[in-house]
Design a protein around this ligand. Sequence first.
Ligand SMILES: NC(=O)c1ccc[n+]([C@@H]2O[C@H](COP(=O)([O-])OP(=O)(O)OC[C@H]3O[C@@H](n4cnc5c(N)ncnc54)[C@H](O)[C@@H]3O)[C@@H](O)[C@H]2O)c1
Length: 261
Amino acid sequence: MPDFNGKVAIVTGGATLIGEAVAKAFADKGAKVVIADINEEGGKAVADRVGANAGFHKTDLRQDADIRDLVDTTAKTHGRIDFLVNVACTYLDNGADSTRAEWLEAFDTNVVGSVMLMQAARPHLAKTRGAIVNFGSISSRVAQTGRWLYPVSKAAILQLTRNQAMDLAPDGIRVNAVSPGWTWSALMVELTKNNREKTDSVAAPFHLAGRVGDAEEVANAVVFLCSDEASFINGTDIRVDGGYTAMGPERADAAIPLLMD
Ligand SMILES: NC(=O)c1ccc[n+]([C@@H]2O[C@H](COP(=O)([O-])OP(=O)(O)OC[C@H]3O[C@@H](n4cnc5c(N)ncnc54)[C@H](O)[C@@H]3O)[C@@H](O)[C@H]2O)c1
């Protein structure tokens, strides 16, 4: 288990289930964690639950002044920054009918905000020879009906991860991503009225695991990518997707017997 004592992590989008699991995983390993989210009430509640190692900093990633304040305050309070974990996202998406304003809004939150945060934190990360973890998705790699903004922005994040890894390597900063499958998260709780069993049964046919993932399973991969155990891993992503992307259109069903019916 990595020891993050004395290290400092910024976790954007830390106000809901996946962000909370990430913040907790870092705090449990000794890191000081700054949860940066636009949702003040949720973010503060998460910081309280995570405990003494966690704090909240209200941040709108679409605002450069907020990003500067987040980085400056974190560096001043904790003396250093080791990790950036970019969990924050918007699911804003009207598919083929999305307006220009919606495209720009989705990219501002899902892609550009994390780049501006990287720029602001880079000198600190260079000093600590730190690491960045971005959040891709299964949506980075497959088409999903009616969805354009989110999958395109998530695909962009994987390319961004490669570009960042290339140009930050001279600073000793590694950049990787996790690409989760369906994960038990705020959206799923809301859509199913907190019905985990139903969520698992809907997800079962397209996840080899036969269920959705847990936020902690995603957090484990994030922690690994930030740890010294991942010192030679750079510019790639770990698919925490229960086998979703291993499967093709035949799913896990035997298709050849259908020819013989
Ligand atoms: N839930 C899933 O099944 C799933 C699957 C694959 C990937 N992911 C990825 O995991 C991450 C977390 O997903 P989630 O489902 O927990 O999302 P979520 O909507 O529950 O949480 C996103 C967080 O980002 C914050 N946020 C939004 N706009 C912001 C802004 N401008 N500035 C600061 N914070 C802002 C929100 O307040 C929220 O707390 C995302 O990057 C998502 O793409 C999720």
